[in-house]
Design a protein around this ligand. Structure first.
Ligand code: DX5
Ligand code: ZN
Length: 219
């Protein structure tokens, strides 16, 4: 099993973005996690296409784009053109989720759906075969540095049960409050991709922290 570490550039130093991107390029991280917030779906605004273009220009690893925006269908092809490899939309933001998933695939990207902490995994039952990834939010989306919600472990197990024999290759990604203290337990629960912002960028050596996180997925 390959485990993915996806540093969230939301926690990077935007005044030194190229430096932080190169740090991730030269680390054991697998993807860049790109958090797009619109101030409507979540109570925060992060960044949009110009910043994403800057990331794409320097990044040597895939861009995992997490859209915390309403009406994501309007922008899916633009995010694909801006260099996204994976696009994840929120279940709670999509009235026609099946259509949104097909739009992502038609744009040439891998398709993901994110679930807020209150949204049960069973609601994905009828689209689960179409998905490459499910992103389980382990905080309420909007900000980095929040406390991990414990019920996430149960949700990962529920999702594991839901995909069994149907979509065993699905990536189960966890986002929010993930770090050295809980990554091994998340692996045991069944997750295989890990987003981390604060836990990486607020440490003295982000590269060493990424290496330690990777190491903990192997144990
Ligand atoms: C939260 C974002 C996360 C966030 C994670 O709304 O989706 O990706 O940046 O940050 P940490 O790891 O600091 O909780
Ligand atoms: Zn995210």
């Amino acid at each position: 099993m390959k485990y993915i570490i996806a540093p969230s550039i939301l926690s990077a130093d935007f005044g030194n973005l190229q430096r932080d991107i190169e740090m991730i390029n030269n680390s054991e991280a697998d993807w860049f996690h790109v958090d797009v917030m619109d101030g409507v779906f979540v109570p925060n605004i992060s960044f949009g296409f110009p910043v994403m273009a800057a990331v794409k220009k320097h990044a040597t690893k895939p861009l995992d784009v997490h859209l915390m925006i309403v009406e994501p269908d309007k922008y899916i092809s633009d995010f694909a053109k801006a260099g996204a490899d994976r696009i994840t939309v929120h279940y709670e933001a999509c009235t026609h989720l099946h259509r949104s998933i097909q739009l992502i695939k038609a744009s040439g990207c891998k398709a993901g759906v994110a679930l807020n902490p209150h949204t049960p995994v069973t609601l994905l039952q009828d689209v689960i075969e179409d998905l490459d990834l499910v992103l389980i939010m382990s905080v309420n989306p909007g900000f980095g540095g929040q406390a991990f919600i414990h019920n996430t472990y149960k949700k990962i197990q529920d999702l594991k049960a839901l995909i069994k024999g149907i979509n065993d290759d699905l990536i189960i990604e966890v986002d929010g409050g993930v770090g050295l203290q809980n990554i091994a337990t998340l692996v045991s629960a069944g997750a295989n991709a890990f987003v981390a912002g604060n836990a990486i960028f607020a440490t003295e050596s982000p590269t060493a922290t990424i290496a330690k996180m990777k190491q903990l997925t192997h144990n």
